[in-house]
Design a protein around this ligand. Structure first.
Ligand SMILES: NC(=O)c1ccc[n+]([C@@H]2O[C@H](COP(=O)([O-])OP(=O)(O)OC[C@H]3O[C@@H](n4cnc5c(N)ncnc54)[C@H](O)[C@@H]3O)[C@@H](O)[C@H]2O)c1
Ligand SMILES: [Zn+2]
Length: 379
C-alpha cells in the first residue's frame, strides 16, 4: 500500500483530501503545525484518530525528516496565507518548505523514496489574469492596478496603450505572469521549484491552482478575509454584507470536495505530470451576487452595502479556464448556492464566532489593507 503524506492535513483542503485518500485505501500521514490562528482550539476533531499525526513545521528540517520517511507521495497543502505585510513568512513557509522536500528526497532516496509531489498553488499566480483590448484587438496580462487608480474609485482594468476599458478573458494555465501579492509570488516560486527539481531528479509533480475554495471546515479565525466568512458573520450579527470596490468583481468559487477529487486525479493520472492545473468552479459569480446568495440562504432581508472600500492586492475579475482538468476527466459538481448552504451549516456547529469578525476587520484596517476610495464607484 502506498504511503501518502499530507502537509497541512488538519486544514481545510488537506483534511478533505485525507478523507478521500483513506476512502480509496491509501495509508496516510499528516504533518501540521496546528497554526494557532487557524486552529485556536487545537487539533480539530475531524482529523482521524487512527492515522499518524506529526505536529511540526514544514519548513523545519528535523520535522520534515520525520514526516517524509518511507513516503511515496506528498500533497503539500500547508501554507502561510494572509493579507498582512509579513512578506518573508510567505516565502519561508510556502517556498522554502517545497525546496526542503526536494532537498531531503534527493539527499537520501532510500529513506525518502518520494515518487510524486502535488503542490497547492493558487489562481493568484496569475495576478490580474488575462484581458483583451477590443479597440485594438490585443490580448495582455495586466499589472496590478496602481494604488492611485483604486483611490480614485476606478476599478476596471484599462488597456495600457489606449486606456480603454479592457475585457476579461478566462485565465488559462499559461497566464502566470505578475502575481500581485507576496503570497502569489511564493506560490509561483514553489511551482517553478517543483517543476525544475522534479524534472531534474525524476520526481513527478503537479501544481494545483485553486481559485476560491469553499465548504465545511473552512477556518474563519485568521484575518485572510474569506468572503463567505466575512459575509456570513456580518449577516449573523444583523449587519449587511460589505462588498469591496463596486461589487461587480467576477470570481469562480469551487467546493472543497470537488477540490479533493481534483487532487486525487492529479496524484493518480500521469497526464498531470509536470503541469499546473486550474481547479475552479466553472461559473462566474459577482461579489454582489454572492452576497445575495448568502442573504437568501440566511433568510435575511438586508441589502448588500457597497461603500467604496477596497483592498490593495485584490484582483478585479478572475475566472479560471478549466479545459486542462476537464481533459483529465474532472468537472466541478457543486453549485455555489450549495457552497453557501454547506458553509452556513458548518458555521452553526461552531461556537464563539461573532467576536472574531470585528477583531479581524479592525486588524485589516489597522494594517492599511482595507482603504476607502476618494469617491464612490462609477454607476
Ligand atoms: N482555501 C482557498 O481558497 C485556497 C485557494 C488557493 C490556494 N490555497 C492553498 O491550498 C492550501 C490549503 O489551504 P487551506 O484553505 O486548506 O488552508 P488552511 O489554513 O485551512 O490549512 C492549512 C494548514 O496548514 C497548517 N500549517 C500552516 N503553516 C504550517 C507550517 N509551517 N507547518 C505545518 N503546517 C502548517 C495549518 O495549521 C493548517 O492546518 C494552501 O497551500 C493554500 O495556500 C487555498
Ligand atoms: Zn487598447
Amino acid at each position: 500500500m502506498s504511503l501518502v503524506l499530507v502537509t497541512g492535513g488538519a486544514g481545510f483542503i488537506g483534511s478533505h483530501t485525507v478523507d478521500l485518500l483513506l476512502e480509496k485505501g491509501y495509508e496516510v500521514r499528516i504533518i501540521d503545525s496546528l497554526q494557532p490562528r487557524v486552529h485556536p482550539r487545537g487539533k480539530p476533531t475531524y482529523v482521524p484518530a487512527d492515522i499518524e499525526f506529526i505536529q511540526g513545521d514544514v519548513a523545519n528540517r528535523a520535522d520534515m525528516e520525520r514526516a517524509l520517511r518511507g513516503v511515496d507521495y506528498v500533497f503539500h497543502m500547508a501554507a502561510y496565507q494572509d493579507y498582512l505585510p509579513d512578506f518573508s513568512t510567505f516565502i519561508h513557509t510556502n517556498t522554502e518548505s517545497t525546496a526542503l522536500i526536494f532537498e531531503l528526497a534527493v539527499s537520501d532516496p532510500d529513506r525518502f523514496p518520494l515518487r510524486k509531489l502535488v503542490v497547492a498553488s493558487s489562481q493568484s499566480v496569475s495576478g490580474e489574469g488575462k484581458y483583451s483590448c477590443d479597440a485594438e484587438g490585443t490580448v495582455f496580462h495586466p499589472d496590478p492596478r496602481p494604488p492611485d487608480q483604486l483611490q480614485r474609485g476606478e476599478w476596471d482594468i484599462q488597456c495600457p496603450t489606449c486606456g480603454s476599458t479592457a475585457t476579461p478573458l478566462l485565465i488559462d494555465e499559461a497566464t502566470c505572469s505578475n502575481p500581485g501579492t507576496t503570497y502569489g509570488v511564493s506560490k509561483y516560486a514553489l511551482e517553478l521549484l517543483a517543476f525544475n527539481l522534479g524534472r531534474r531528479y525524476g520526481i513527478e509533480t503537479a501544481a494545483m491552482r485553486y481559485t476560491y475554495v469553499q465548504g465545511p471546515r473552512n477556518s474563519f479565525y485568521n484575518a485572510y478575509s474569506g468572503i463567505a466568512r466575512r459575509f456570513a458573520l456580518r449577516i449573523r450579527a444583523g449587519l449587511p454584507p460589505v462588498c469591496y470596490e463596486d461589487g461587480l468583481q467576477r470570481r469562480d468559487y469551487v467546493n472543497v470536495r470537488d477540490v479533493a477529487r481534483a487532487n486525487l486525479i492529479a496524484l493518480e493520472n500521469p497526464l498531470s505530470n509536470g503541469l499546473a492545473l486550474n481547479v475552479g468552479g466553472g461559473r462566474a459569480v459577482t461579489v454582489l451576487e454572492f452576497a445575495g446568495m448568502m442573504l437568501d440562504a440566511s433568510g435575511s432581508n438586508l441589502e448588500p452595502m457597497v461603500p467604496g472600500e477596497y483592498r490593495l492586492g485584490d484582483t478585479r475579475h478572475t475566472v479560471s479556464d478549466l479545459t486542462r482538468m476537464r481533459s483529465l476527466g474532472w468537472e466541478p459538481r457543486t453549485p455555489v448556492e450549495d457552497n453557501v448552504r454547506q458553509y452556513l451549516e458548518w458555521l452553526d456547529t461552531q461556537v464563539g464566532t461573532d467576536e472574531y469578525l470585528l477583531e479581524a476587520e479592525r486588524v485589516m484596517k489597522e494594517m492599511g489593507v482595507v482603504r476607502k476610495a476618494d469617491r464612490l464607484a462609477r454607476p
